[in-house]
Design a protein around this ligand. Structure first.
Ligand code: SF4
Length: 327
């Protein structure tokens, strides 16, 4: 039996805007294995959140449109499901934690009622049973059950994010999509929230797509990593494969731009230039404008993803980037 829970194939999502056609996702393929965490890394505007919304079928249409591809969850293409069928998938099978807890909670409902709402939507339980389950979830995320009667404004940012986690995991989903779940929190709380997600994930063997721009968070929490640039995956593999043997010039640039506790460097390297305008993408490699190795051949067509050994794949035409080695 395959251990692949989510298999995204060649997903293309565009937005029709007044400024032109935004090519947000341009043929993204990736897989998430049961019980494993895939870290999706990229700069703001790379298409990470669009991918998450595409998986959940939450791309607003208009202006968004899924132009092609497939999203197999447990062997079934989510893109072929009806609105009603997707309602049953969201929350129960796949849950999402958004970046900003302030906007994810309903300010006029108590936190217990918000947890109960999702429990009752997906389970045939009495109100008393749902209260009990909601209280259990609160305790599980480190909030005394008695505080369930309170409203979101009575909680700190970190506590609100714990409530969001309780809601997301209340129905024991098989896949959790966490979109920058700690970005809005201060550093010490970030670590606590990440630990909490990790522990709960282990308890239920939940798979996770963790969207982040923080390579340090990926190193601590992920089994696999996908690097995204201008709506494409440019490097993918197990954490070990990618971190031990970085191939794509963009991934190298990202790694050089973060502080390293082991190696002393005089100055961190920023990647020159900006991500291309998604309404005006080049026909070749999207990174060519910023790549010091770019040649005329890079501008001709989009490089294909090539296997470089094991599960490690890279989208670049440089021979040294694509030569196959044993991992
Ligand atoms: Fe750089 Fe060319 Fe590789 Fe793109 S294909 S990353 S431009 S070397």
């Amino acid at each position: 039996m395959s251990d692949i829970l989510l298999d995204v194939k060649d997903l293309v999502i565009h937005y029709e805007t007044d400024d032109g056609l935004v090519q947000a996702l341009n043929g993204v393929s990736l897989q998430i294995h049961t019980g494993k965490t895939l870290g999706l890394v990229g700069e703001t505007g790379a298409g990470k959140t669009t991918l998450a919304k595409g998986i959940m079928q939450l791309v607003p249409n208009p202006p968004g449109k899924i132009k092609g591809g497939e999203v197999f969850y447990d062997g079934e293409d989510l893109l072929k499901k009806s609105v009603q069928e997707m309602r049953k998938v969201r929350g129960k099978q796949i849950s999402m934690i958004f970046q900003d807890p302030m906007t994810s909670l309903n300010p006029v409902m108590t936190v217990r009622d918000q947890i109960m709402e999702v429990i009752l939507q997906h389970n045939k339980l009495s109100k008393e049973e749902a209260v009990k389950k909601a209280d259990e979830m609160l305790e599980l995320v480190g909030i005394p059950a008695a505080r369930g009667r309170e409203y979101p404004h009575q909680f700190s940012g970190g506590m609100k994010q714990r409530v969001i986690i309780a809601i997301a995991l209340a129905c024991q989903p098989r896949l959790l999509i966490a979109d920058e779940p700690t970005t809005a929190l201060d550093v010490t709380i970030q670590a606590q929230v990440l630990d909490l997600i990790q522990n709960l994930k282990k308890r239920d063997n939940t798979s996770m797509l963790l969207i982040t721009h923080d390579l340090g968070v990926v190193a601590q929490t992920c089994d696999y990593v996908a690097i995204m640039y201008a709506g494409e995956i440019v490097e993918y593999g197990t954490l070990r494969e990618v971190y031990k043997d970085i191939r794509h010039p963009y991934t190298k640039g990202l790694m050089a731009s973060i502080p390293n506790l082991v190696e002393q460097v005089e100055r961190l390297q920023a990647i020159d230039g900006l991500m291309p305008d998604p309404t005006n993408l080049a026909k070749g490699c999207k990174f060519a404008d910023r790549c010091k190795y770019a040649t005329a051949a890079c501008m001709e067509k989009v490089p294909e993803m090539k296997s470089v050994g094991g599960e490690h794949m890279v989208r670049c035409i440089l021979p040294e980037a694509t030569e196959v080695k044993e991992h």
